[in-house]
Design a protein around this ligand. Structure first.
Ligand code: HEM
Length: 455
């Protein structure tokens, strides 16, 4: 415990104050975990149960009583019961008058009931002070106490004093509390645990959409086109050749999409002449999921590298090489081709190396160890460098293909050309933003300067 409490109650001179008694309704998993944690944190715990003598095991040191007796003995009551069983609380309303009721419940899906569980509880016990709290923690997290990733407790309620009482308890259990306002926020809190990877949803949809689009685009251009024009079946190319186009293309576009919102935000600030106006919602949401976007892009880049590594051992490639040896083609070494292919490999490798660095430094355990300046240096400066290397890799791979009409099958450009659109736009915009005069204005705006409109 805190050192100052030592000096307040020196050993042997005065008795420590009687520990506060808290009441828990419900002896299920959650009720038991919570009780154990409360006991460990120095509280006394009494359980309220329908069958006080046969309710199963409760943590050592806790008492079990009837609901009525338990409620009367404490000023804070944790309701660890399923919402369907709240009904009996209506009869207990007189005993629960002026008590703080902590609703920790959750639902199995959204919109199961017309009102939030905590609001329903308040309706049943109008003279109690209902506080919604702890529902985002699992029984496991409650029992084991807070960890780095699970320290936050959200609460809401209409009574400030009641919220303060719950905040004190949560703080003593080692959690940090965020007040989300009045009881009308309960619905939002009850929806929190039902969300499934909220920040991953948009990036995942985008990755899926882009992959599907490019798969069918390239399938048409490569396999179907060849079949339609030459009656040749090259569908085996789907597995490696096609995959090794789709994945890097999607990766490059998604990497560029991590940096596009930053550039758009800068353009907004320059245009408005201030940093104090909010960005549109879509831009905010986009900026918030950049990390997830980047990690998915990295996963796709990984696939591209793996697919590239196996090219030399593919049967098809070995067959081709053997066939050309049999034909005994001997041609001069073309140093331009050698330069070109080595350069694009090299750009790819450098880009991939930095890509991995970006991924590693975006992990919380690593980024927490970096200062803000170090983090932004890596994620921003090295990020643009990564984008540059990967884009350059693709330009060098394309080389002069864009000049040859044979590559525009059915009047469509090759996939890699499409993949270069977004990265090229981002890099050009970034270069424009780096022009000294533009950069100076932007820096001033970001330091708080505002352009005042002429009256
Ligand atoms: C294409 C190698 C990293 C984006 C290629 C190709 C090779 C290659 C051999 C030609 C594939 C083919 O013939 O179909 C490498 C190596 C890398 C690397 C060795 C690093 C170890 C990257 C990274 C990106 C990227 C990090 C960024 C996302 C692309 C793109 C294409 C391509 C967009 C064109 C795909 C197409 O339409 O054919 N790369 N690459 N590469 N690479 Fe990479």
């Amino acid at each position: 415990e805190k050192p100052e409490s030592m000096s307040l109650y020196p050993l042997g001179t005065a008795a420590a104050p009687e520990p506060e008694l808290l009441c828990i309704f419900g002896t299920g998993d959650l009720g038991r975990s919570l009780g154990q944690r409360l006991l460990q944190s120095g509280y006394k715990v009494v359980y309220g149960s329908r069958r006080p003598h046969s309710c199963g095991p409760v943590p050592q040191g806790a008492q079990v009583m009837s609901h009525t007796a338990a409620a009367q003995s404490a000023s804070v009551v944790f309701i660890c019961i399923q919402r369907e069983h709240y009904g009996f609380l209506e009869q207990l309303a007189p005993q629960l008058k002026r008590k703080v009721l902590v609703d920790v419940s959750n639902n199995l899906r959204k919109n199961l009931y017309p009102e939030a569980n905590a609001e329903y509880l308040q309706r049943l016990t109008p003279e109690a002070y209902v506080v919604k709290a702890f529902n985002t923690l699992s029984a496991w997290a409650l029992q084991n106490g807070p960890s780095d990733s699970n320290r936050q407790v959200y609460l809401c309620g209409n009574s400030t004093e009641a919220k303060e009482a719950v905040t004190e308890i949560a703080t003593r259990l080692g959690f940090s509390v965020q007040d989300r306002g009045s009881l009308s926020a309960a619905r939002e809190l009850e929806d929190f645990p039902l969300q499934l990877f909220p920040l991953w949803r948009l990036p995942l949809r985008l990755a899926f959409g882009l992959t599907a689009f490019f798969f069918f685009y390239l399938l048409t251009r490569d396999v179907i086109y060849t079949y339609a024009t030459q009656k040749k079946d090259i569908s085996f190319r789907i597995m490696v050749s096609l995959a090794n186009k789709v994945f890097p293309i999607v990766s490059l576009i998604m990497l560029a999409l991590c940096y596009l919102p930053g550039v758009i935000a800068a353009v907004f600030q320059l245009y408005r002449g201030t940093k104090y106006r909010r960005f549109p919602d879509w831009l905010d949401r986009w900026m918030l999921c950049r990390k997830q976007l980047g990690l998915l892009a990295l996963a796709f880049a990984f696939l591209h590298v793996l697919y590239t590594l196996i090219i030399p051992i593919r049967y098809y490639v070995r067959y081709k090489i053997a066939a050309s040896t049999i034909e005994n083609q001997t041609s001069e070494l073309d140093t331009t081709i050698a330069w070109r292919s080595d350069s694009y490999y090299s750009m790819g490798i450098l880009g991939f190396g930095l890509y991995v660095l970006l991924g590693i430094t975006s992990l919380p355990s690593v980024s927490n160890a970096l200062s803000w300046r170090e983090f932004s240096f890596i994620q921003s400066k090295l990020g643009y460098l990564t984008l540059f290397f990967c884009t350059f890799h693709t330009y060098l791979y394309g080389w002069d293909m864009f000049l040859r009409s044979s590559y525009y099958k059915w009047y469509t450009p090759p996939g890699y050309m499409l993949s270069l659109l977004v990265p090229s736009v981002v890099l050009v915009l970034k270069l424009l933003l780096l022009l000294p005069c533009v950069d100076r204005s932007l820096t001033r705006i970001r330091q708080g300067w505002e352009r005042t409109e002429p009256q």
